[in-house]
Design a protein around this ligand. Structure first.
Ligand code: NAP
Length: 214
């Protein structure tokens, strides 16, 4: 069983997170709606000759990992989540989703549940959902030699699950910051929208968040 399975592991954020964890020595499975795309992403990652094993295939296979990371667009949840729901009961599921509908200006479409992460929790009953990594740019993650030197806020209702995700954040070189229960996740998602706007305004690709005084 892989340490981390990424649902949407062929995308910018999912692939970059997977590669960073493999660089830290973890075993990673990159999932896709199409098995061959997941396998091709794993070949690209393996070509980087990283310490951790990388394999790839379907999102359902990715959901077999110890910790499952969701890195698909908000609008893809209806398509992707029912497929993995029976496989993630009891598991730690990390939601990275920012429900952006426009980047200029950045606008979110928060669902009736309150946040994308709370909607994920409703769609994945029994999963131990932790919201994290919203403000960590794929562009920066993909530059393997670059120190991240930033924080990531974590929200979740299961302390053990949150502690496991904090370890995974530390493996990436991030400082995990406990931001409370899953009912706080909309604040994280709004913060990510702010970061997207700052990237546009200052013509950057890797604005991140670091808190002082903690
Ligand atoms: N990019 C960032 O810097 C960043 C930072 C923080 C959080 N995030 C979050 O990470 C998630 C993914 O963002 P991304 O930038 O990595 O997006 P992306 O490059 O477009 O990748 C998304 C992946 O999701 C999969 N997918 C499944 N269903 C889909 C559908 N109906 N339409 C499109 N793609 C679908 C695709 O994989 P297959 O086609 O192989 O199935 C695709 O590779 C988003 O929720 C975003 O808010 C992104």
């Amino acid at each position: 069983m892989a340490d981390v399975g990424v649902v949407g592991g062929t995308g910018r954020e999912g692939f970059a997170l997977g590669v960073r964890w493999a660089a830290a020595g973890l075993s990673v499975f990159l999932g896709s709606r199409v098995r061959e795309r997941g396998q091709e992403a794993a070949r690209r990652a393996a070509a980087l000759d990283l310490p951790g094993a990388v394999s790839g295939g379907t999102n359902r296979e990715a959901a077999g990992a110890e910790v499952v990371v969701l890195a698909v667009p908000f609008h893809a949840h209806e398509e992707v989540l029912p497929d993995v729901a029976p496989l993630v009961r009891g598991k730690v599921v990390v939601d990275t989703t920012v429900s952006l509908v426009s980047v200029d200006p950045p606008q979110l479409s928060l669902p009736p549940e309150g946040s994308a992460a709370q909607r994920v929790q409703a769609m994945l009953p029994g999963a131990r959902v932790v919201a994290a990594f919203h403000t960590v740019s794929a562009h920066k993650l993909a530059q393997l030699g670059r120190e991240l030197e930033e924080d990531t806020l974590l929200c979740g209702d299961d302390p053990t699950a949150k502690a496991r995700v904090a370890q995974l954040a530390q493996a990436l070189g991030l400082r995990p910051v406990d931001a409370g229960g899953l009912d706080q996740a909309s604040t994280l998602e709004r913060l990510a929208a702010l970061v997207v706007g700052l990237n546009r305004r200052y013509r950057r690709k890797a604005v991140g968040v670091r808190f002082v005084g903690l």
